[in-house]
Ligand binder design. Structure first.
Ligand code: SF4
Ligand code: SF4
Length: 442
């Protein structure tokens, strides 16, 4: 057997659990319904991008090399069925890494409970282990290994970006402060693409009286090695680093920022990355914390008079269950929350997650596959009639803004924390006008 195929099969076999085998690998009846849920299939009408077709690539390896039922092995040995090899690994690499955001929408549609998303996750993990990854994913792995940041930024560069923005606002950013209650952990996507939004959260946490710190030893939670590369070795290293930095600084809790993949990786999947060896550290989602601060009167906000549509990041709502939290938070900060149709669990993906923004960047001209499959999202956003869409995910915000530009929607995209900050500033200004100065600003 080719060594790359052997590594792939070995990793796959080691990662499978009973549910994977009974439901996801052997439960598909070939009805094709999942195709109606997938933007990448609907937007291209390409049968190669049907969720079932992609999943069947992984199944072909399972039946030929792993399945205890000998029928698959007999058929391939007799030459009655092709034995999958390097060509199929290459085909799987392109189908799974470049044309699937692991959004999980197809899983909701399946009458058999088959999760093509889980199959994509297993495929990515096994492909990563044997080095069969696209250049963009190899770059993530290399950068993270060399610098601890998936975009290759050093700790000094990240801290410099954040503190420069904070200085412009005349606020300070707590860094490496021992004994703080919370460690605020940001993803590489946030610190690379939207350091301003990190500072927005810093400003809000400070205003809410939260004892927190950032860490110079943690400038990327490793989201992309965890959820894009699904690299088991680097993923474990990333999660350990977050928990160890919290321990080093004496923080009992970790705040995860507005990054959908980070939410799923840390609030749902963490244990699967590091097993039972789980230190006594609580993980909390920043928007859940901000909502709590507002509801308990520790952070004052005043609704901004505008109608804002909400986009559910798939990994935050469908895959982690925070749909009600982000709606409640937005509802505190603007006068009208506009729903897209469909929304919540059934919402359409932004099509920019799990590495696809790197493959089809907003800077590239003309029609890309990501833009092509985003036509459904564009129609959905246009139909709201809103002039602004809010979303609590740095990656979604980039993809939606690009979709808005490309389809000429005349629509602004904002991160949710940006609106929370503006509504807090509005409340602060109103308070200043209504009350005599107390000598203490927020
Ligand atoms: S997880 Fe999302 S992108 Fe991937 S096949 Fe399913 S619906 Fe399509
Ligand atoms: S909907 Fe489920 S059973 Fe039908 S083809 Fe898709 S994965 Fe298979």
């Amino acid at each position: 057997m080719d060594p790359q195929v052997r590594t792939f099969v070995g990793t796959l076999e080691g990662a499978l659990n009973a549910e994977d085998i009974i439901t996801h690998l052997t439960g598909c009846i070939g009805c094709g319904i999942c195709g109606n849920a997938c933007a990448w299939f609907l937007g291209t009408n390409n049968p190669q991008l049907h969720p079932m077709t992609r999943s069947n690539l992984l199944r072909s390896f399972y039946f030929a090399y792993i399945d205890p039922n000998p029928i698959g092995k007999v058929l391939t040995t007799l030459g009655l069925k092709r034995k999958p090899g390097i060509a199929e690994l290459q085909e799987m690499r392109d189908a799974i890494f470049l044309c699937c955001t692991m959004c999980g929408r197809c899983s909701l549609a399946c009458p058999q409970g088959v999760s093509n998303r889980r199959i994509a996750q297993l495929a990515r993990m096994a492909l990563s282990s044997c080095g069969m990854v696209p250049d963009t994913v190899a770059e993530i792995q290399r950068n993270y290994q060399e610098t601890g940041h998936s975009f290759g930024l050093t700790s000094e560069a990240v801290i410099g970006r954040i503190t420069a923005i904070a200085k412009g606002r005349d606020i300070s950013v707590p860094i490496d402060q021992p004994g703080a209650d919370y460690l605020f952990a940001c993803s590489g996507i946030q610190t690379y693409h939207s350091p301003k939004d990190v500072v927005d959260s810093v400003e809000l946490l400070t205003a809410g009286g939260v004892s927190f710190t950032l860490s110079s030893g943690l400038v990327d939670t490793g989201t992309e090695v965890l959820t894009t590369a699904v690299d088991p070795v680097l993923g474990r290293k990333a999660v350990r680093n977050t928990l160890e930095e919290a321990s080093r600084l004496g923080c009992k809790r970790v705040i995860i920022g507005e990054c959908g993949c980070d939410v799923r990786a840390h609030l749902v999947d963490l244990r699967s990355f590091i097993g039972a060896d789980y230190p006594d550290i609580e993980i909390i989602y920043v928007d859940a914390l901000l909502l709590d601060l507002i509801e308990t009167g520790r952070l004052l906000v005043e609704p901004i008079d505008m109608a804002v549509a909400i986009h559910d990041p798939c990994w935050t709502t469908r895959l982690s269950g925070y749909g009600p939290v982000i709606r409640d938070l937005l509802g505190k900060c603007v006068t009208e929350v506009v729903e897209m149709e469909p929304n919540g669990l059934s919402s359409y993906c932004c099509n920019g997650g799990a590495g696809t923004l790197r493959t089809y960047p907003p800077t590239s001209p003309g029609m890309s596959r990501r833009r092509q499959v985003s036509v459904l999202k564009a129609e959905q956003m246009r139909a709201t009639g809103a002039k602004m869409v809010a979303t609590p995910c740095a990656s979604c915000a980039l993809s939606l803004a690009d979709t808005s530009d490309f389809y000429a929607l005349d629509l602004q995209v904002s991160l949710l924390c940006d609106l929370v900050l503006n509504s807090a500033r509005l409340a602060s200004r109103t308070r200043v006008l209504e009350e005599p100065p107390s000598g203490k600003g927020w």
